[in-house]
Write a protein that binds this ligand. Sequence first.
Ligand SMILES: Cc1ncc(C[n+]2csc(CCOP(=O)(O)OP(=O)(O)O)c2C)c(N)n1
Ligand SMILES: [Mg+2]
Length: 359
Amino acid sequence: MATSSTDVPSGPRTTASETPPQHLTTDDRVGLLRAMLSMRAIEQRAMNLYRQGKVPGSFYDGFGQEAVSVGATWAMAAADRLCVLHRDLGAHIVRGVKPATILSQYMGREAGITSGRDGNVHFGDYRKGCVGMVSMLPDMMLVAAGMAMAFKLRDEPRCAITWFGDGSTSRGDFHEAMNWAGVQNLPVIFVLENNQFAYSTPIDQQFAVNPVQRAAGYGFPGVSVDGNDVEAVFEVTRAARERAIAGGGPTLIEAVTMRMHGHGAHDDMKYVPKALVEEWRKRDPIDRQSARVGALGIDVEALRAEVLAEVEEAAKLALAGPMPDPATATDRLFHPRDAKEILLEDGDAPWSGFAGERS
Ligand SMILES: Cc1ncc(C[n+]2csc(CCOP(=O)(O)OP(=O)(O)O)c2C)c(N)n1
Ligand SMILES: [Mg+2]
């Protein structure tokens, strides 16, 4: 594990070892793999649909980054709240959003989360504890800090989490959110998904310091983790959440990974050295977790086939679904009068570690 300490120090990057995980059951470990397989299969299917002209706009994926959203989300309890970014489909999957709903979303169909109001990656199912994505980067850090502020004021044992990229850390909003979270000692986890590029800008044009060291400037810990190791990402997030719930305040987690595809489907990423991509391909997070789960005696190929069949079925369902009725275009744009309709529910959260806490 990258760290099992609740007092996460800032400083040098840590790497995962193969020590058996303390807080994960075999079901959890298989569940992590399943969610990553599902993310990859859905995004690959969506990319085909995009190429067939069925996904409007462009398409953005998190190929090779599956461990970041899946590992972190697995550590969150049902009552926690998530601000999910464009490479983090795994968060939606772990919270229980179904593949057909996701594919319907991408195609702008009625059955998508936004029912065609946005056919893209800007969505969040509030019933699962996810907030619809604000595209301006990294405004979701401010939204997450705001939710954490509400939890603190109401004295609720809950935590907010958000993801953002290396490029996002150069914006003023990043520093405002970090400062407010530090000053108010908020129960919030900031996951910096360092995938080496922000569109075509490499990280040496982005940071003059090791980015986790910035957390110290705002009075809270920063920790770096191997973002291609789903169990390590889980463990740092679990420890950060434990600290947050105990009143220990925020944590900045840097998940070091690689954007294996272009920024979007329209980007051939000519500016990325091929050797770099090949190097990272050897560290594929799914291959890594497959090896671990296989060593536990689980039939990984059967699991992979099951996930692919499920996604294929979902694609059929989504393609057969209707487009939204144009007469409803202005529905759901504003706060409904009946406030009950927008009350957040508790979503689905698989990690058994919090089951006792809730009962
Ligand atoms: C304020 C702002 N400027 C520009 C954009 C357009 N944009 C969307 S994603 C992106 C790249 C962001 O890079 P990074 O934060 O590293 O995230 P990554 O895409 O690598 O996951 C840009 C420039 C935006 N959404 N918001
Ligand atoms: Mg980036």
